[in-house]
Design a protein around this ligand. Structure first.
Ligand SMILES: Nc1ncnc2c1ncn2[C@@H]1O[C@H](COP(=O)(O)OP(=O)(O)O)[C@@H](O)[C@H]1O
Ligand SMILES: [Mg+2]
Length: 261
C-alpha cells in the first residue's frame, strides 16, 4: 500500500508574550489537509501566516491545541516523513557558499547517489525552473528570485511526502512563477502529497490551491475557506473566467477590510 499523508491542526491557539506585550495570533483553529490536496493561504502582513506554518513545522510550540503530520498506514516513527519546508526567508535554508547545483542536489547526498548522477538530476530541475542559471555559480551571487527558485528546486528533488511553503515565490517574476508552479504540479501529480502554500499573490493561490483560506488578522483564524472553482490542471487563461474575476475582487475586498484597524 502506498502511504498517504495528512496535515492536522486541532484547536490551535498561538499567543506571543514578549516585552510584557500579549498578542493572540491564532485562536482555536482546526483544519486538515488531506493527501493530494493543496491548501493555499492568503492574508495580510501580520495575519499569522508564518506563525501557523511554523507551528505545523514544529518550529513554534503552540499555546494550546496541536498540529501533526500523520501517515496511513501509520509509520512506526513519524520522523520518517519527509517534509519540505520552504521558509519565508530563503537565505535561512540555502547554502550561500555552495553552487546552485550543490544546493539543489543536497538531499540526494543522503540517498547514496553518485556525484555525476546528482549533477544530471539537478540539471534537469534547473532547466525546468531557472534554465538561465549556471549550475556552478555560487548561490550568494544569484538574485533573490533565483535563490528562492533554488530552494524550490531542492524541495522538489527531495521527493517530499509533504510541502509546507511560506511565500516561496515572493521575489520571483511571473514567468519563473509559472515555471515553478508547473514543476510543483508535475511532482504532485506523481506523488499526490498534501501541501500548504502561503502566498501574497492571489493568482498564485488560485493556480495552486484546491482550497483557499483567507486568514484574518481580526478574528485570528480563517474568515472564509473557498473551494477553488477551477479543477486541475489550471492555466493562466482560466483566471480570466468571469467567476474567477469576481472571486478575486471578493478576496481583495477581504484583504483591504482585514488590514484596516
Ligand atoms: N516571535 C514573536 N514574538 C512576538 N510577536 C511575534 C513573533 N513572531 C511574530 N509575531 C507577531 O505575530 C503577528 C503575526 O506574525 P506572522 O505570523 O509573521 O505574520 P505573517 O506571516 O502573516 O506576516 C505579527 O503581529 C508579528 O509581529
Ligand atoms: Mg510571514
Amino acid at each position: 500500500m502506498i502511504p498517504q499523508y495528512k496535515i492536522l491542526v486541532e484547536n490551535l491557539t498561538v499567543e506571543y508574550n514578549s516585552n510584557k506585550m500579549h498578542q493572540t495570533v491564532i485562536s482555536n483553529m482546526s483544519f486538515e489537509v488531506t493527501n493530494n490536496m493543496t491548501f493555499a493561504i492568503l492574508g495580510t502582513n501580520g495575519s499569522g501566516k508564518t506563525t501557523l506554518l511554523n507551528s505545523i513545522a514544529k518550529l513554534i510550540k503552540p499555546t494550546s491545541g496541536s498540529t501533526s503530520i500523520i501517515s496511513f498506514p501509520t509509520m512506526e516513527n513519524n520522523l520518517d516523513i519527509t517534509v519540505a519546508l520552504l521558509n519565508q526567508d530563503y537565505r535561512q535554508t540555502n547554502y550561500p557558499w555552495a553552487s546552485a547545483i550543490e544546493n539543489i542536489t543536497f538531499p540526494l547526498k543522503f540517498k547514496k547517489i553518485n556525484k555525476r548522477k546528482r549533477f544530471e538530476i539537478g540539471k534537469e530541475i534547473l532547466n525546468e525552473i531557472i534554465p538561465e542559471v549556471n549550475p556552478v555559480k555560487k548561490v550568494y551571487n544569484l538574485s533573490g528570485g533565483q535563490q528562492q527558485l533554488i530552494a524550490i528546486a531542492r524541495a522538489i528533488i527531495s521527493e517530499p511526502d509533504v510541502i509546507l511553503a511560506d511565500e516561496p515565490l515572493s521575489a520571483a517574476d511571473t514567468i519563473h512563477t509559472m515555471q515553478a508552479i508547473k514543476a510543483i504540479e508535475r511532482i504532485r501529480e506523481e506523488r499526490k502529497f498534501p501541501m500548504i502554500w502561503i502566498s501574497h499573490q492571489i493568482d498564485e493561490a488560485l493556480l495552486l490551491g484546491d482550497t483557499i483560506g483567507l486568514l484574518s488578522k481580526k478574528s485570528h483564524g480563517f474568515s472564509r475557506i473557498i473551494e477553488n472553482p477551477l479543477g486541475r490542471p489550471r492555466n493562466l487563461i482560466d483566471l480570466t473566467n468571469a467567476e474567477i474575476v469576481k472571486l478575486k475582487a471578493e478576496i481583495i475586498d477581504f484583504l483591504i477590510i482585514d488590514d484596516k484597524n
